[in-house]
Write a protein that binds this ligand. Structure first.
Ligand SMILES: Cc1ncc(COP(=O)(O)O)c(C=O)c1O
Length: 366
């Protein structure tokens, strides 16, 4: 079967650099091989740097971003707990669903898709629900392109002494994420967005307060596979077998994080900011309207209403069939009217922006 070589400008996965593809082709070792254990330690160190945390329990969950979301919530929540979930798009909704399946009573602090959660609304919910154990929020809402200012809501969570879970699936490696500075207790991501590693792992970090809360549970974590108290015996000094680690994916993540660290986080954030702004200017000039308000737009994910006269689905199809460029369609209320254009990690280059614009102009002219 021939696999097409696409320019991946959708909501993820992003294109993968050759160094990472080569890492995937390296020989397999055992998951307890001394060289692989060294690689695991380096992956954890590199993740600490990228998450900006000193958390000991920083590792990669075997599974995509949703497995990270599930790991965060099922470890912290058990039946009878109360959780506040900020919902302003599809992924906040998914967090609320998982929290509820974990047996928690879920209070949703909601706003329109495309808007961000008002810190005062969160504070009011915390005041109204003093028994809350966890607050959960999405940093970069990939369904709307809105950036939630985590630093603005974090003080309210901290003041109420509540555990704070943040989804950084789309943000990590593209905009600043400061786990320790913002007081986040569990933060998770995915490999296939701004880290530009194939989908399949969910980087995650747990604070000591989060780990204490897991140890104080009345009931065992309902998921054996995602139980952090078991996983820490493999990722920590004990090196006790839990499940067979996905060797090749971890080798790829090691290489991908190496490239992130080599570029430097600040340089990487600047690259996303500059090229994101450039793309935004060009899209607006072509009458694409942003769903998210100015000042709350993500540089790596542009959720835009397609202009009158352009058929959303057939325009997207032409970009793929004629130019090999993938962009995403809208989710939920934006299905059929919006595109989600990604500029993530290795995909985020001037050449790709210009290639996309040339193809887009051809589609618009037709
Ligand atoms: C913000 C956010 N959270 C969670 C997920 C789920 O990740 P995955 O599809 O890798 O399971 C995604 C995927 O797009 C996402 O954008």
């Amino acid at each position: 079967m021939t696999i097409p070589d696409r320019l991946l400008m959708g909501p993820g996965p992003s294109n993968v650099p050759p160094e990472v593809l080569q890492a995937l082709a390296k020989p397999i070792t055992g998951h307890l091989d001394p060289s692989f254990l060294t690689l695991l330690d380096e992956v954890a160190d590199r993740l600490r740097a990228v998450f900006a945390t000193d958390n000991r329990m920083t590792f990669a969950v075997s599974g995509t971003g949703s497995a990270g979301m599930e790991a965060a919530l099922v470890n912290l929540l058990e039946p009878g707990d109360e959780a506040i979930v900020c919902v302003n798009g599809a992924f906040g909704g998914r967090m609320a669903e998982i929290a509820s399946r974990a047996g928690a009573t879920v209070v949703r602090v909601e706003t329109e898709w495309g808007e961000v959660i008002d810190p005062d609304a969160l504070r009011a919910a915390l005041d109204a629900h003093p028994g809350t154990k966890v607050v959960a929020a999405v940093h970069a809402e990939t369904s709307t392109g809105a950036a939630q200012p985590i630093a603005d809501v974090a003080p309210h969570v901290r003041e109420h002494g509540v555990l704070f879970v943040v989804d950084a699936v789309t943000s990590l490696g593209g905009i600043p994420v400061a786990v320790d500075e913002w007081g986040i207790d569990v933060c998770y991501s995915g490999t296939q967005k701004c880290l530009s590693v194939p989908p399949g792992l969910a980087p995650i970090t747990f604070s000591e307060a989060a780990l204490d809360a897991v140890r104080r549970r009345k009931t065992p974590v309902q998921s054996w596979y995602l139980d952090v108290t078991l996983l820490e015996k493999y990722w920590g000094a004990d090196r006790v077998y839990h499940h067979t680690a996905p060797i090749s994916m971890l080798t790829a993540l090691h290489a991908g994080l190496g490239l992130v660290c080599e570029e430097g986080l600040h340089a990487r954030w600047l690259r996303h900011a500059e090229l994101g702004a450039r793309l935004a200017k060009e899209l607006e000039a072509r009458r694409f309207d942003y769903v998210a308000a100015e000042g709350h737009r993500l540089p790596m994910l542009h959720c835009v209403r397609v202009p009158d006269g352009l058929d959303e689905a057939s325009g997207r199809k032409r970009l793929l069939s004629d130019f090999g460029i993938e962009v995403g369609g809208g989710l939920g209320p934006f299905a059929g009217t919006c595109w989600r254009i990604g500029l993530m990690g290795y995909t985020c280059t001037e050449r790709n922006v210009l290639t996309f614009l040339a193809a887009l102009d051809d589609v618009l002219a037709a």
